[in-house]
Design a protein. Structure first.
Length: 333
C-alpha cells in the first residue's frame, strides 16, 4: 500500500480537470500534463491520501480570493466536490483512527482520504473551527504564502494574533498542524505554541534546495522530536539542487537524496514518507521521470531499496509511517 499525504484534487476541478477520470484523459492545463486521477491512484495501490482544499489568493496566477469570505466560498465549493465523490462512492473521508486502512489490507471500495486545508484564510474566525471539524477537516496548514494567520513561503513573518487563536482552537478540537509552507518565524512559534500533533505534508530539505520553502535541518529534527512525519514533495524545483535544476531530468534518485538526508539527521526512517503534490500546479514534466501517472508510485519502492533502505523502512516510507502517525494523531473514533 501507498499513502500520499498531499494531493490537490478539488483545486484541479477549479482549473478545468476531472480527477475522476484517468490522467491520460484529462486536458493539458497551463502546459501541465496531468498525472493524477482517481483510477491512477487505485491502479497504484494508493490506500490513503490527504486530500486538500487549496484556495488560491488573488496574487497567484491572476485569480483567486481577496477576502476571508471569498476564500471560504472557494473552500466550500471544493468541499462540495469531495462530498459529491463520497455520494457517488469514489471517496470516503477518514475522520478517526479506527477508519484508517491497515498496511496489509487488500484495498477495495472508495479511496480513503483525510481532508487537509492548505492555507487558513478560508476559516474566517476561530468560531468557524468546530463547523469545519464537523465537515471532516482534520489537518490545517496555516500558510501557503502569507495569510491572515502566519507568514509563509516568500512572505516571511510571525504568527498573527488570529493565527495564535487558530492554533489553540485546533488543539482544543483535535486538528493536526501541517507545518509545510510556514515562514521560519511562524514555524518556530507554532512549535512552541501547539500542543497537538505536527506534521509536514509536502516539504523537502533546505540543505539540498536552499529556499525558504524547504525545511532546515533544525526544523526536520524538531518535527521528528514531536513524533511527526515529513512527506517529501515530488516537484522537481524542490528536489533538484539549484545549479542542476532544468539541466537534467528529475528522478526518484532525487527523492531518495532528500529522504536519506532526513533519516541521517533524525537517526531513523520512522519520520519520513511521501506527500507528492503531483497535481499541485505541476505536470508530468515537473516530477520524477519514472512517473507518467500516479499508478507508477509503487516504483519508488525499487528506488528506495536500491538506495540502501531495508524492506521494513521501504514499507514505512511508502505507507506505514503515515499510518502510524495518523493512528496517534486522529481522534480515536
Amino acid at each position: 500500500m501507498i499513502v500520499d499525504a498531499h494531493l490537490d484534487l478539488s483545486y484541479n476541478v477549479l482549473r478545468g480537470r476531472d480527477p475522476t477520470r484517468p490522467a491520460a484523459e484529462q486536458p493539458v492545463v497551463d502546459n501541465e500534463i496531468a498525472t493524477v486521477g482517481l483510477p491512477d491512484l487505485i491502479a497504484g495501490n494508493v490506500g490513503l491520501i490527504c486530500a486538500t482544499i487549496f484556495c488560491s489568493p488573488k496574487n497567484y496566477r491572476g485569480f483567486g480570493y481577496t477576502t476571508a469570505d471569498e476564500a471560504r466560498s472557494s473552500a466550500l465549493t471544493q468541499l462540495n466536490w469531495y462530498r459529491q465523490q463520497i455520494d457517488e462512492g469514489r471517496i470516503n473521508f477518514v475522520k478517526s483512527a479506527r477508519q484508517l486502512p491497515k498496511i496489509d489490507e487488500t484495498l477495495a471500495g472508495p479511496l480513503r482520504a483525510i481532508l487537509l486545508l492548505e492555507g487558513a484564510d478560508a476559516i474566517r474566525t476561530p468560531e468557524d473551527v468546530p463547523e469545519w471539524f464537523g465537515y471532516g477537516l482534520r489537518i490545517v496548514g496555516l500558510a501557503w504564502r502569507g495569510t491572515r494567520a502566519a507568514g509563509g513561503t516568500e512572505e516571511p513573518g510571525p504568527l498573527t494574533d488570529f493565527g495564535r487563536a487558530l492554533v489553540k482552537a485546533f488543539d482544543q478540537i483535535g486538528i493536526i498542524h501541517d507545518a509545510s509552507h510556514l515562514a521560519d518565524e511562524s514555524f518556530w512559534q507554532l512549535m512552541d505554541l501547539a500542543g497537538g500533533p505536527v506534521m509536514a505534508s509536502h516539504s523537502n530539505c533546505r540543505s539540498v534546495v536552499p529556499t525558504d520553502r524547504q525545511l532546515s535541518d533544525e526544523m526536520i529534527r524538531a518535527i521528528a522530536q514531536r513524533d511527526g512525519v515529513i512527506g517529501v514533495n515530488f516537484y522537481d524545483r524542490f528536489l533538484v539542487p539549484p545549479e542542476q535544476y532544468r539541466t537534467r531530468p528529475c528522478t526518484f534518485a532525487d527523492v531518495v537524496v532528500h529522504l536519506k538526508h532526513m533519516c541521517d539527521l533524525i537517526g531513523d526512517a520512522k519520520h519520513v514518507a511521501i506527500g507528492t503534490d503531483l497535481d499541485g500546479g505541476v505536470g508530468r514534466d515537473d516530477v520524477p521521470q519514472e512517473i507518467r501517472t500516479a499508478a507508477d508510485l509503487p516504483k519508488l519502492g525499487e528506488a528506495l531499496s536500491s538506495g540502501g533502505f531495508s524492506d521494513h523502512d521501504v514499507a514505512g516510507i511508502l505507507a506505514g509511517n503515515w499510518l502510524s502517525f495518523f493512528a496517534r494523531a486522529l481522534p480515536a473514533g
